[in-house]
Design a protein around this ligand. Structure first.
Ligand SMILES: CCCC(=O)SCCNC(=O)CCNC(=O)[C@H](O)C(C)(C)COP(=O)(O)OP(=O)(O)OC[C@H]1O[C@@H](n2cnc3c(N)ncnc32)[C@H](O)[C@@H]1OP(=O)(O)O
Length: 252
């Protein structure tokens, strides 16, 4: 049976692939658990120097939470539990002791952008689009995405991205500083080549640089901001405006 999230290893890079292309790599609870397990595995495996997260296929990196499943969460408490679960996984990814790279092989939407924001670096195929579209579903980000995006790019630009809730091209993402590099050509092959330059250094050197990168973060404050984000999102989740917007997506 296919695993919804799997790892492949190549030259000291651990590639985590969200493997639900028929749902544009949407995350359900099982995928969240698997992502967490893969992080455990990589953290304990000395040979893994760098973590790359990507989506199966060419169309999507990740379309966010699985709306067909999470639509059954009706109350604030139910939504809160799900949001907290994934935000804990992403907080861990944000502070992961090894460098992390989101390989945007295709569209990243909603929670997919939150996963990308949790990674240290985002590189993208030129055709990939991204959008923090949660606002269109009458909710905010709830996996910690806005709090983490604010650590990644200029605050005014982060605010623009979440408040317009629109889709951006990869080129726009590069101009906004959300995407570090665009990878032309065969994305899989060229991103492997791109990552091979990261693993030339030994793992202690990479870990030391990564530690300096995360030292900048006030972890306690970030955690508090994420908790407030989860609280806002779960309050909005329980309202009719959100349920109606998701109904519309599911019925389309
Ligand atoms: C919970 C944390 C916050 C969140 O993540 S809220 C969720 C935010 N995500 C969204 O609103 C994304 C909704 N999806 C889309 O806009 C589009 O599907 C997307 C990603 C641009 C891809 O467009 P297309 O390539 O044209 O593909 P499509 O729409 O025909 O979709 C193909 C099949 O995938 C399904 N799908 C896509 N995104 C999903 C999702 N998030 N949850 C559950 N199912 C999802 C879609 O229903 C369709 O299924 P089917 O083939 O009709 O059975």
């Amino acid at each position: 049976m296919k695993e919804k999230v799997h790892i492949k290893r190549l030259e000291n890079v651990a590639y985590i692939t969200i493997n639900r292309p028929e749902k544009r790599n949407a995350m359900d609870m099982e995928s969240m658990d698997l992502l967490e397990k893969k992080l455990d595995e990589i953290e304990n495996n000395q040979a893994d120097k760098v973590v790359a997260i990507t989506g199966a296929g060419n169309e999507a990196f990740c379309s966010g939470g699985d709306l067909s499943v999470f639509h059954h969460l009706r109350t604030k408490e139910e939504a809160h539990a799900m949001l907290q679960k994934m935000s804990q996984v992403l907080f861990r990814l944000f502070l992961f002791p090894k460098p992390t790279v989101a390989l945007l092989n295709g569209t990243a939407v909603g929670g997919g952008c939150e996963i990308a924001s949790a990674c240290d670096i985002r590189v993208s195929a030129p055709h990939a689009k991204f959008g923090f579209v949660q606002g269109k579903l009458a909710i905010t980000t709830g996996w910690g995405g806005t709090s983490m995006l604010l650590e990644r790019i200029e605050p005014a630009k982060a605010l623009e991205i979440v408040m317009t809730a629109r889709m951006y091209s990869a080129k726009e993402g590069k101009n906004l500083g959300f995407i570090s590099s665009l990878i032309e050509g065969d994305f899989k092959k060229e991103s492997e080549r791109y990552l091979s330059s990261y693993v030339n250094l030994n793992s202690d050197v990479l870990a030391a640089y990564k530690a300096r990168f995360t030292d900048r973060i006030d972890r306690e404050k970030l955690q508090q901001r994420i908790e407030r984000e989860i609280d806002d999102c779960s309050t909005l989740w329980a309202k009719d405006a959100h349920h109606d917007a998701v109904d519309k997506f599911i019925r389309k």
